[in-house]
Design a protein around this ligand. Structure first.
Ligand SMILES: [Zn+2]
Length: 97
């Protein structure tokens, strides 16, 4: 999924956080049982900023190019997006301050 977003953006993507062990997940304040601990989530940033990554993910999802994406969160202040393929949810998109 990150590669698909990267190709659409045309710039490198930095993986801020990928797979985490439970201990590290707890240390960084991750939700218990986070999809990061199952290898199903990544937090991404790039030089263009998180907003454009979020919008690009929405566009790609609408085009059917991110079939496995189940959840994407834009963290405005921290300037990164979380993506995961953990489970089906009502909404794919969420924006946090
Ligand atoms: Zn995350």
């Amino acid at each position: 999924m990150a590669q698909t977003i990267r190709e659409a953006l045309g710039v490198p993507i930095h993986v801020n956080s990928g797979c985490r062990c439970e201990k590290h997940n707890a240390k960084v304040g991750g939700v218990k049982g986070s999809f990061h601990t199952k290898g199903k989530a990544a937090d991404l940033s790039c030089s263009l900023g998180a907003q454009i990554m979020f919008e690009t993910a929405q566009k790609l999802k609408a085009e059917g190019k991110l079939p496995d994406l189940e959840y994407c969160i834009l963290y405005r202040t921290k300037n990164f997006v979380h993506i995961d393929c953990g489970k089906k949810r009502k909404n794919y998109w969420e924006v946090r301050p």
